[in-house]
Design a protein around this ligand. Structure first.
Ligand code: NAD
Length: 297
């Protein structure tokens, strides 16, 4: 079986490699040449375009930044036809990007009209989870389509949840990321308070990790430089999950909250914090650099 993998960035690159290492025939494509070169050096076959990557593919997987990229890829951008037009009936499309649920539903509808199965399958677990193949997948779509996808998802992740109909995976993902944004900002603030009082950030982090303030940021992704060797904070906030991607997810959460009249006061506040942080020039740095709002560094 041949798989096309579109979008070989911080997440898509290691996910595609895990499928390749599991013995699948994977053809990858990314608009960025450095991203393609990096994956080619690790043994992945790179196609010259998304359409060529998808030629004869039984499954197409995409891992792109945001809604406009996914919509343009599958439905076209007014200048070029979308990829759906080039796929045969019976193809399975798995979109793992974090995008608006409404966009997932729009693409799924166009896919269904061509007898193409579509699931939204956004992920959690960060670049570490993508490399280790331990991602959590939150799937929206028909149960039968998920069962088709499951063997592949199991090569890239260790938790696979069926959240509901198409778009439900995206809704679960923005709830999770709204909480993550709040936890990362709160964790940064708490460590900064301790350090301002002379505490060692490593000792304080360990105390809180094992206390009632314990959370994923303290467990796996400490925002303070030098506390966790492999966290982006200890690598100049390079790689990881970009501030602008977190800002996009917090925006999606607020749009959704507005649509259903949900009260998300902390989500709104933290979106404002990440927007200010991005405006200050940190959009491309990992989202844990939000600590710079409360610490001079
Ligand atoms: P990234 O910016 O590192 O990678 C995205 C890649 O898509 C880039 O290499 C870009 O060149 C490529 N691309 C854009 N448009 C394209 C197109 N039309 N055709 C081919 N390639 C195209 O982003 P990422 O960190 O890998 O994140 C991807 C998605 O996963 C985002 O929606 C993000 O919110 C989500 N996500 C990221 C993380 C993380 O920790 N980085 C975790 C969970 C979810």
């Amino acid at each position: 079986m041949h798989i096309a993998f579109i979008g070989l960035g911080n997440m898509g690159g290691p996910m595609a490699l895990n499928l390749h290492k599991a013995g699948y025939s994977v053809r990858g494509f990314d608009l960025s040449k450095p991203a393609c070169d990096k994956l080619a050096a690790e043994g992945l076959v790179i196609a010259p375009s998304a359409t060529e990557a998808a030629q004869g593919a039984a499954v197409v997987i995409s891992m792109l930044p945001a809604s406009p990229h996914v919509e343009a890829l599958y439905l076209g951008d007014g200048r070029q036809p979308g990829l759906l037009a080039a796929l045969s009936a019976g193809t399975l499309v798995i979109d793992s990007s974090t995008i608006a649920a409404a966009t997932s539903r729009k693409v799924a509808e166009a896919a269904a009209a061509r007898q193409i199965d579509f699931i939204d399958a956004p992920v959690s677990g960060g670049t570490g989870g993508a490399i280790a193949g331990t991602l959590t997948f939150m799937v929206g779509g028909e149960a039968a389509a998920l069962e088709r996808a499951r063997p592949l998802l199991e090569k890239m992740g260790s938790n696979i949840f069926h959240a509901g109909a198409v778009g439900a995976g995206q809704t679960a993902k923005i709830c999770n990321n709204m909480l993550l944004g709040i936890l990362m900002a709160g964790t940064s603030e708490a460590i900064a308070l301790g350090v301002a009082n002379g505490l060692d950030p490593k000792v304080l982090s360990e105390i809180m990790r094992r206390s009632s303030g314990g959370n994923w940021a303290l467990e796996k992704y400490n925002p303070w430089p030098g506390v966790m060797e492999n966290a982006p904070a200890s690598k100049g906030y390079a790689g990881g999950f970009g501030t602008d991607l977190m800002l996009k997810d917090l925006g999606l959460a607020q749009e959704n909250a507005t649509a259903v009249k949900a009260a998300t006061p902390l989500g709104g506040l933290v979106r404002g914090l990440y927007a200010a942080h991005s405006l200050a020039g940190y959009g491309a740095q990992d989202f844990s650099s939000i600590v710079k709002l409360v610490h001079k560094g």
